[in-house]
Write a protein that binds this ligand. Structure first.
Ligand code: SAH
Ligand code: SF4
Ligand code: F3S
Length: 457
């Protein structure tokens, strides 16, 4: 194989040699980490396979954010155990946040041979060899430096249109409910040159959208060893990435209300290729809850930021995350969340019931005292409210024109294509000879709460 092929952006499929099967759960950062893992394993002679029963190595990249995320993975481990019974010699590894949280407790599970935390992926080739020689292996050491900056992720997406670049790792905000700082370690920013190089490689490979990822992108902060090179914050990084190619869209997540600056908003406004969408998780509309969650902003501050977004970019969509049933949440607190949703009128939201995570500040100090039935009722209520708002928001788009980046065939039929507007709204329209990676102008004919049904104009 040539050098170029070995450093391929796409997976290498090689019938000979050892095969790895890789399942990913959790957030976009985990998806990108799996691409880093595949790159490291390809370097060690593994190639990707799409079926578990063809694999010599089965890996599952896991999430700990809520209990149900962990339960799903434990269910998969039962299946992997059966596969190992059928084909002894198959090696099973648990990666990611659950590996970091549960450590050697996971090794007690008979399905598991390897436990590797989010900063231990360079060690995977060694861990795999060591299993054959000496049994179960674990590496859950967290690092203050690891950003995998020099590793070119192998992209596993289907269409080659949209790709992730992690610009930082870890998190320094101790939101009291959240497990992420414990399983992902301290925040560290990645060298901007390596980010720009990765973006150039993607653009050369035909990608048309780059998603910059971090738990709190607004606290991106690069301080070079040589102070003469100058510091770079998120607004500066965004500007540099957006300048690479005006035909390539830039998105980013997640913004944190306590750190998002007007400088970022002005940078967005000055680059048409930075998408008009901000994901700004609010978590609660009640100041009592926000304080207890340690979010470090008030409802009033948050509303000021929403106002700034709409002043600086009137066409910018805003989405959010919210938690129903956090410790001590009263009917009044929850009503405050509902009223905030009515005031902001989000374009979309990810809505969750509070799930107590062992070891967090909330688990130590704040009882998980909202009854399960109340949590569920509240979650259903906010979902119903938001579905109505999403539908209204989408109805406001009907009759209007948008530029859409085509991502692939629709789920229902190959005769239809799916793409997104700059505002991150999903559009479906007749294929008419167009292809993924192309931009088309569409007119919105009708909508549901989740989709705009369009025609190409
Ligand atoms: N870094 C991002 C979010 C990371 S986790 C931020 O700060 O906003 C994604 C979402 O999961 C969070 O925004 C929150 O809404 C939800 N979440 C986190 N911990 C949770 C828990 N213990 N129970 C329920 N939802 C939780
Ligand atoms: Fe968790 Fe808060 Fe960090 Fe987001 S900012 S990952 S919610 S601790
Ligand atoms: Fe889950 Fe870890 Fe992401 S806990 S949400 S996979 S950082």
């Amino acid at each position: 194989m040539s050098r170029e092929e070995l450093f391929s952006v796409r997976p290498l499929f090689n019938p000979e040699g050892r095969h790895v099967y890789l399942e990913t759960y959790g957030c976009q950062m985990n998806v990108n980490d799996s691409e880093v893992v595949l790159s490291i394993l390809q370097g060690a002679g593994f190639t990707l396979c799409e079926k578990m029963d063809e694999a010599d190595l089965i890996l599952v990249n896991t999430c700990s954010i809520r209990d149900n995320a962990e339960q799903r993975v434990l269910g998969r481990l039962d299946l992997f155990r059966q596969e190992k019974k059928r084909r002894p010699g198959v090696v099973v590894g648990v990666l990611g946040c659950m590996a970091e949280r549960l450590k050697d407790k996971l090794l007690e599970n008979s399905a598991v041979d390897i436990v590797a935390g989010p900063d231990a992926y360079r060690d995977l080739p060694r861990l795999v060899e060591a299993v054959t020689a000496s049994g179960k292996q674990i590496n859950t050491i967290l690092s203050h430096e690891e950003t995998y900056a020099d590793i070119a992720p192998v992209r596993m997406d289907k269409q080659g249109v949209s790709a992730f670049i992690s610009i930082m790792r870890g998190c320094n905000n101790v939101c009291s409910y959240c497990i992420v700082p414990y399983v992902r370690g301290a925040e560290r920013s990645r060298d901007p040159e390596s980010i720009l190089n990765e973006a150039r490689t993607l653009i050369d490979a035909g990608y048309r959208e780059i998603n910059l990822l971090g738990q709190n992108v607004d606290s991106y902060n690069w301080s070079p060893a040589d102070p003469a090179e100058g510091k770079l914050d998120f607004a500066g990084l965004l500007d540099r990435v957006a300048r690479l190619d005006p035909a390539v869209r830039i998105r980013f997540a997640t913004s944190h209300p306590k750190d998002m600056s007007d400088r970022v908003l002005h940078t967005m406004a000055s680059h048409p290729n930075i998408c008009r969408h901000i994901h700004l998780p609010v978590q609660s509309g009640s100041d009592v809850m926000l304080e207890k969650m340690n979010r470090k902003y008030t409802r009033a501050r948050y509303m000021e930021q929403i106002a700034s977004i709409r002043r600086i970019m009137p066409d910018c969509a805003v989405t959010t995350d919210v938690i129903a049933g956090f410790s001590g949440e009263s009917d009044e607190d929850f009503e405050a969340t509902l009223s905030l949703f009515r005031e902001v009128r989000y374009d979309g939201a990810f809505m969750f019931q509070y799930s107590e995570r062992p070891g967090t500040k909330a688990s130590r100090h704040y009882p998980d005292d909202v009854p399960a039935a109340v949590k569920t009722a509240r979650l259903n209520e906010i979902i119903a409210l938001q579905n109505g708002i999403s539908l209204e928001r989408n109805r406001e788009c009907v009759g209007k024109f948008y530029e859409v980046l085509i991502e692939g065939p629709s789920k229902r039929s190959d005769a239809e294509l799916v793409g997104r507007t700059s505002q991150n709204k999903t559009c479906v329209f007749p294929a008419g000879g167009h292809r993924p990676g192309e931009y088309v102008n569409v007119r919105v004919l009708s909508c549901t709460s989740a989709t705009l049904l369009c025609e190409v104009v």
